[in-house]
Structures are given as structure tokens and as C-alpha cells.
Design a protein around this ligand. Structure first.
Ligand code: NAP
Length: 253
């Protein structure tokens, strides 16, 4: 009898620092084959080790077919907390393919003493709040969704993102192309220098971009915090890479 040992293959749905860190740790341990999937939104993404595929799957059905065709044994949804479509597709595809799914999601930021947060349910809601909060806004929501602020009348925006935002953009804006992590001192200098009176952010969580929140607190500025979209229920969730490694070990035991 011939016994064939097949190394289990995992799919990481990525596009985040955590997903890249996870791929690094899994590849270094060598117990599984790792395929990372990127949406292809960023012009020059940080490439994780292991296999990488780039581009959409064509919805939940396409993802299900891809999982089956590539012999995937487990899926880790390590997408950004605002990449909700992918998370819902992952839940549907994993269930249909009878493959275990784990979500790696950063803990959301929570306000502390001295914070002046205004919670918004969507980017559109955030845009409606701005006229009462000031005229000079620091829009730090990434490239996607800037168009939600194109019609805020009389407002000036400092827009910071890795790649330029899609049109339409606000008529009065300065674009700052930059990639985190960011530091408290430079965030304060930036906000002071541009005479910012409101910071708008998604509740992405994580340390790499949290300095803007502390800077806003120290400068006494209001923060419009866009809440996370709903994610599918019934999917186990961990907040860090170590939690994923333990889950993977349990799956392949
Ligand atoms: P989304 O709205 O949830 O997904 C839209 C479509 O993009 C999906 O239906 C899927 O296309 C494709 N897609 C998304 N993530 C993918 C992945 N990891 N691999 C292959 N295809 C993927 O996602 P999004 O908000 O546009 O974000 C796109 C990517 O950027 C994600 O990987 C996310 O982790 C990263 N990101 C997003 C944000 C944010 O604020 N939204 C911030 C930082 C990084 P198909 O239906 O064709 O499969």
C-alpha cells in the first residue's frame, strides 16, 4: 500500500498587515501550504511569502469553485474589517464547500477619557455630520469612499491614502499619498500645520494607524468614527495571528 502524505493547503483572504504577518508565520512553520489572496486594489502591495493570487473570485460561487479546484482545507478571512462583501462571500463559500473558516479581525478602537467621538453608521452619515463640526477636515478613510464627501459644501479636506482616490473627489482638497504606520508627533504636526478641525476615520482598529486618535485627543479635536459593517454570524473569530496559528494546529491535528 502506498501512503501519500499531502500537506494541507490553506487560503488566506488578505489585504491587511495581519494577513501578511500570518502568511509569514505559517510559511516559516512549514506545516501547511499557504495561498494568500489579494483583491488587487493597491498598485504595489506588500507581497506575503508563499503562493499569492491576485484579483476577485467572481462572488461567493466563484470562491466556492476556487476552493474546491485548489484543494483548500481551511480558509482564514484576514481581510480588513470594512471589506464586508468578501467576509460574507467567504462565509457562504466555506459553508457550501464544507471547509472550516476562521476570521482574523482586529479589535475595534474604543473611546477613552478626553476623546470627542461622533459615531457614524456609514461614510454618507459621516459626511452629513461635518458642517456642524468645522470646515477643515482630515479624511483618513483610505482610498475607497472619498467620493462620499465630494458634495460637502464649503469644506476643505486633507485626504490621506496609499493610492489616489477614485473620482469624484471633494473640490477643495490636498492629497497626501502615504502608508502607515504613523507616529503621534508627526500626526500632531500634520494636524496643526493644516489647521485641521475634524478627523474622519473608519473604526479599523490596530496600532499602526491609532496615533491619529491620540493626536486628536491631545489637540481637543472631534473625531467622526465610522462604525464597522455587519459581519456574518456563526464564523469563529480571533483578534491576533497567534489565535489563528492555534486554530490551524487544531484543524490539521
Ligand atoms: P469588499 O468590498 O469586501 O470586496 C469587494 C470585492 O473585492 C469582493 O467581492 C471580491 O471580488 C474582491 N475581494 C475583496 N477582498 C479580496 C481578497 N482578499 N482576495 C480576492 N478578492 C477580494 O472589499 P474592499 O473593501 O473593496 O477591500 C478590498 C481589499 O482591500 C480587501 O482585501 C481588504 O482586506 C483590503 N483593504 C480594505 C480596506 C477597506 O477599508 N475596505 C482597507 C484596507 C485594506 P469577487 O466578488 O470578484 O470575488
Amino acid at each position: 500500500m502506498v501512503v501519500v502524505n499531502v500537506t494541507p493547503r490553506l487560503l488566506i483572504l488578505g489585504g491587511t498587515t495581519e494577513a501578511r504577518n500570518l502568511a509569514e508565520r505559517l510559511v516559516a512553520r512549514g506545516k501547511v501550504d499557504v495561498v494568500s489572496s489579494l483583491a488587487g486594489r493597491v498598485a504595489s502591495p506588500g507581497m506575503p511569502p508563499g503562493q499569492v493570487r491576485i484579483g476577485g473570485f467572481d462572488g461567493a460561487t466563484g470562491l466556492m469553485e476556487w476552493i474546491r479546484a485548489h484543494g483548500i482545507r481551511a480558509v482564514i478571512d484576514a481581510t480588513h474589517p470594512f471589506a464586508a462583501t468578501m467576509s460574507w462571500n467567504a462565509a457562504a463559500a466555506a459553508a457550501a464547500s464544507h471547509v472550516p473558516l476562521l476570521a482574523l479581525r482586529r479589535t475595534a478602537w474604543a473611546p477613552g477619557e478626553g476623546d470627542r467621538w461622533h459615531e457614524a453608521t456609514s461614510l454618507g452619515h459621516a459626511a452629513l455630520m461635518l458642517p456642524e463640526l468645522g470646515n477643515r477636515h482630515f479624511l483618513t478613510i483610505g482610498r475607497q469612499g472619498v467620493s462620499s464627501f465630494a458634495d460637502v459644501s464649503g469644506a476643505w479636506f486633507l485626504v490621506r491614502s496609499i493610492d489616489p482616490p477614485d473620482e469624484p473627489t471633494p473640490p477643495q482638497m490636498e492629497l497626501l499619498l502615504d502608508r502607515g504606520p504613523y507616529w503621534l508627533e508627526t500626526e500632531i504636526l500634520l494636524m496643526r500645520g493644516r489647521r485641521i478641525d475634524t478627523v474622519i476615520t473608519k473604526n479599523s482598529g490596530g496600532a499602526a494607524t491609532a496615533a491619529k486618535l491620540i493626536a486628536a485627543r491631545e489637540l481637543g479635536l472631534p473625531v467622526v468614527m465610522v462604525q464597522r459593517p455587519a459581519t456574518p454570524g456563526g464564523v469563529p473569530e480571533v483578534a491576533d495571528v497567534q489565535g489563528v496559528l492555534e486554530w490551524v494546529d487544531a484543524q490539521i491535528r
